[in-house]
Unconditional design. Structure first.
Length: 352
């Protein structure tokens, strides 16, 4: 039996109290630190961590993509855009470009598009770039890796939200990766927006203000509402549902809205512009819609806002009959300095 002196007991008690208070202080500091980290993460969270969650899509147990061809609808709390806008267009909007195939030239074209938006004072709040999440982990060619590195740097410089989408729900069911399937699996992340306008890459932005007016000058369909005629009978926007199982490519310009509806379901709606509507439908066009300044009937007011380029069998921009190709290529080199975009070997074996 060991007898403890009074001084020894005092030392043990004092040490115990010190350990307890030190532990409490550490735990308190740790809790405060984690709270601060969570606050910072919330403040800078990308759209994929915003309102909504993937479980709102109800999928069949036999086919995880059985709802690829279903159309669903949403309403978000509107936020005022700082611009002269038409009634029915107030809200929170974004421009979107996406790629399902890792081509460095098309990646650089998307960077150029977002640079033009950022430096020309767009009235649309957000800029989104969507791609398969597997790009971040798989082995890609050196040009593609270099282009993605430039894209990540540009995302900070030009305010681009990068949206990597997990495609395993499609690939595990035997589907190949396409633009339409990428959008179908990724559009759940649009729930914080009243509308997202997709524009095909590659392409060239000619007039930011004209492109902004496409979203802001006329009432949008948004969520289906029997009390709002523009939601189902809209002069400017024609409904075109996303058919990801049937179609490979998206329309070159496509308006998407995603909304919460009853019983935890989600509704997504797709629309294309009415090309027959004068002064509106040709805001986004192919190279054939560009007027030559040498033309005696040249009118700058009739020039498009954004020009999408036709692609060849490999998905590369066609240069034939494209008067903007040279200017576009030169501007690509400005944002992707160091890449040889005229001699790029594509990742033909790329397959998720």
């Amino acid at each position: 039996m060991v007898l403890l002196t009074h001084s020894t007991v005092s030392v043990i008690v004092s040490t115990g109290i010190l350990v307890i208070f030190t532990s409490l202080l550490f735990l308190s500091g740790y809790a405060l630190q984690q709270q601060s980290v969570r606050n910072i993460q919330y403040a800078i969270r990308p759209p994929d961590q915003a309102k909504g969650a993937a479980h709102l899509y109800k999928r069949s147990s036999q086919d995880p993509l059985s709802d690829l061809d279903t159309e669903v609808q949403i309403q978000d709390e509107p936020q005022q855009v700082q611009a002269e806008i038409s009634p029915g267009t107030e809200g929170n909007y974004a421009y979107l470009q996406l790629l399902s195939n890792p081509d460095p030239s098309n990646i650089c074209s998307a960077i150029l598009f977002f640079k033009h938006l950022s430096t020309n004072g767009t009235a649309i709040q957000d800029r989104l770039f969507m791609y398969p999440q597997e790009w971040d982990t798989m082995s890609l060619s050196e040009p593609v890796s270099a282009a993605l590195s430039i894209l990540r740097a540009a995302s900070l410089k030009y305010g681009i939200w990068l949206l990597p989408i997990d495609m395993t729900a499609a690939t595990s069911a035997g589907y190949t990766t396409t633009d339409t399937k990428l959008l179908r699996l990724g559009q759940i992340q649009f729930m914080q927006y009243d509308g997202v306008l997709y524009l095909q890459a590659p392409g060239l932005l000619l007039d930011t203000e004209k492109l902004d007016r496409m979203l802001l000058s006329r009432p949008l369909p948004l969520r289906h509402d029997k009390n709002r005629v523009e939601s189902y009978n809209n002069e400017a926007w024609i409904p075109v549902p996303l058919r990801a199982q049937r179609d490979t490519d998206l329309p070159p310009v496509y308006l998407i809205t995603v909304n919460n509806i009853e019983n935890g379901n989600v509704e997504a709606r797709g629309h294309i512009p009415n090309v027959a509507l004068d002064g509106f439908g040709r805001t986004v066009t192919g190279p054939w819609g560009v007027q030559s300044e040498s033309n005696t009937n040249y009118n700058p007011d009739k020039q498009p806002g954004y020009v999408f380029f036709e692609r060849d069998a490999d998905g590369l921009a066609k240069w034939a009959h494209n008067p903007l190709f040279g200017s576009w290529r030169a501007q690509q080199y400005e944002v992707c300095d160091g890449l040889d975009l005229d001699d790029v070997t594509l990742d033909h074996d790329y397959d998720l």
